[in-house]
Design a protein around this ligand. Sequence first.
Ligand SMILES: [Zn+2]
Length: 328
Amino acid sequence: MAQHFLLSAAAKSLSLASVFTMKDEQAETTFRRVRWADTNGEPVCPHCGGVDAYDCRRLKGAPRFRCRACVKDFTITSGTLFASHKLPLRCYLAAIAIFCNEVKGKSALALSRDLNVSYKCAFVLLHKLREAMAAELKGRMIGGEGKVAEVDAGYFGGYVKPANLKNHRVDRRFYENQSHKRKAVIVIRERNGNTLPAVFRTEGQALKFIQSRIAKGTIVNADESPNWNELHSRFEMKRINHEEAYSLDGACTNWAEEFFSRMRRAEIGHHHHIAGAYLLRYAQEASWREDNRRTSNGEQVNRITMLAMRQKPSVDFSGYWQRHVNGG
Ligand SMILES: [Zn+2]
């Protein structure tokens, strides 16, 4: 039997130990190379684009640059997802390495213990990393002429706990006894290719999205749910009835199921509750992890760092701290 990828030497190109023994300057150099790849790590002013800046470090050692053209100061992370960061850069690299090594996801509580930071700090940091991952999914099209894709849905959130005493229990199959917070995560996945998730209230509401994100000429596999019938008018379809088999005559949704397996394990094993406002981000994380499951951890860390440095300040968490202070 072939060796599992995660057991191979190729999977391990970066260790947490090496991050923690890094000097501050080494972490800075790493971030500079990723941020300013075109100039081989030489600072580029985010205000005017000037490439002539000098080191203008603060008294306590915090790295700053001053642009000779516009005389404005900036840092390595100015204008990126990690703008106004409070932790040393080494901590961010460590957080990304820990995040990548936990292939089913990392809980914010566990990360807060690993890095000795507050739960809120770990929570925001992890969501920023998810935001960076999601940047790669923007506008993604799945499939193409002769390619095979799979569509499937999974439901998350809205769990109603049964009452302790039998007399108090309700029939949770009835609409009025449900919480109405359940949402459908829809996934489109190309076999041997990329994944694209989205969140809707129902499977039916996802049809337009699915049609717009699968390229013409793709052969689409789906299960027996009548919600997918409408896709027949647009794509060559293969349906699989899971009551009869999981895979028959080449029809299956096993690639899509693998995505849900990873997401379900993240929900049950790490996060316990991934419904609500951040459900899409968790789905995007699971999708990124699926697509990069055969990439070494060093490359994954590089990729996420690069995505974070190319990403503008967080859309999800801009002003998050202030909002919290104001009680909003
Ligand atoms: Zn400038």
